[in-house]
Write a protein that binds this ligand. Structure first.
Ligand SMILES: NC(=O)c1ccc[n+]([C@@H]2O[C@H](COP(=O)([O-])OP(=O)(O)OC[C@H]3O[C@@H](n4cnc5c(N)ncnc54)[C@H](O)[C@@H]3O)[C@@H](O)[C@H]2O)c1
Length: 343
């Protein structure tokens, strides 16, 4: 790449984009050059040079990297515009595109153009999952037997559920897994690899919303390990802020158990013991979810400038979409789905 700073332009200036703009400002080797939103007032509010039209922004600011922070219908056209404008790196928010076919198309055109396309799947960058991964690699809990994550956001009760922060949640035909549970499809992959089979049982608890807001999925692994996602957006968990971790986790092995608390603390209890040792202390994390948005963006900047391997490239992320499809298929058919197609 040659340069020692990356010029970054962003598409989208809605609710979640706030964490991106704030994060970019803390990345030393990145320079924010433009913000685009079809609502130009929102783009202006970022304090960066504001645009309402993407092609115009790309022509005027000539970024090295486009950060797409808009919903799925805009993803493919924005990736096409970035390729046309000669942008070398694109980061795209999840859910990536509107369907697996569209995501495959976006992946193929980026690869053909030699553009690095990374999906903003940020939860694997949360410091607690990095800590748990390290503990597994260091074999701190013996032979892993099972992983459980209980999502308990506590924001889904009553007729006003989600309206203040993410009103679009109320009308999404697929909510719990497509919008949020997808982060644990990827986190389980990060910790355990690709599953052999999935089973799911999904429910809608709040009648004012369109999609599912509670349910389970279980991943089977060839070595006998099982990973369980147990989500219910109406229930909460013990945390000052239920949005720090969105829930609690247990990672259980023959020699011990790792637990993740709602404050982002990771503890290790040896098999047969009562007391726990803290591996990662709760902190006042900046940004969102343990500062995972900034961590992902920092990872991409380092990857591009130092030529180090990138996680979450689009080709790899297609597997997440395929697994998500299998989860909904399992729920609909009321059966386990085997032989997942990652082609
Ligand atoms: N990774 C995470 O942890 C996480 C968390 C929350 C949201 N998200 C994702 O981020 C994306 C944005 O979510 P949000 O909550 O900020 O939504 P939002 O509705 O608050 O904001 C979206 C913004 O994009 C703008 N926009 C939409 N289409 C556009 C287009 N074609 N051209 C220009 N501007 C356009 C809208 O005007 C709006 O300002 C979604 O895909 C959502 O799933 C990810």
């Amino acid at each position: 790449m040659g340069a020692n700073k990356i010029r970054v332009a962003c598409l989208g200036a809605g609710y979640f984009a706030g964490f991106h703009y704030e994060g970019w400002q803390r990345i030393k080797r990145a320079h924010l050059v433009g913000a685009c939103d079809r609502d130009k007032e929102k783009a202006k509010a970022t304090g960066v040079a504001a645009f309402a039209d993407l092609d115009h922004m790309l022509r005027m600011t000539k970024p090295d990297l486009l950060d797409i922070i808009t919903p799925p219908p805009s993803h493919l056209p924005a990736i096409e515009a970035a390729i046309r404008a000669g942008v070398e790196t694109v980061i795209c928010q999840k859910p990536f595109c509107q369907s697996l076919d569209e995501a495959k198309q976006a992946t193929a055109i980026a690869e053909e153009a030699g553009v690095s396309l990374v999906i903003h799947e940020n939860f694997r960058f949360q410091p607690w999952y990095r800590c748990i991964k390290q503990a597994l690699e260091n074999e701190l809990i013996g032979e892993l037997q099972q992983v459980t994550f209980r999502l308990r956001t506590g924001d889904g009760q009553g007729p006003r559920a989600y309206l203040d922060r993410q009103p679009y949640f109320q009308t999404m035909p697929k909510l719990l897994i497509h919008e949020t549970g997808v982060h644990w499809i990827d986190t389980f992959r990060f910790l355990l690899g690709e599953p052999d089979a999935v089973y799911a049982d999904l429910r809608r608890m709040n009648p004012v919303i369109a999609g599912e807001d509670a349910g389970y999925f279980i991943f089977d692994y060839a070595n006998g390990v099982r990973a369980l996602f147990d989500g219910n957006r109406l229930l909460d968990h013990a945390a000052e802020n239920c949005r720090t971790t969105l829930g609690e986790a247990l990672i259980e092995g023959t020699k011990g158990t790792l637990s993740l608390s709602g404050q982002g603390e990771v503890s290790l209890r040896h098999f047969g013991a009562l007391e726990e040792n803290t591996l990662l202390h709760a902190q006042d994390w900046q940004g969102f979810g343990g500062d995972c948005v900034r961590a992902l963006m920092q990872h991409v900047v380092d990857g591009v400038l130092d030529d180090t391997p990138l996680e979450n490239e689009a080709r790899d992320y297609l597997k997440v979409i395929a697994i998500e499809q299998a989860i909904y298929e399992s729920d609909q058919k009321e059966q386990k789905i085997r032989g997942l197609d990652f082609g």
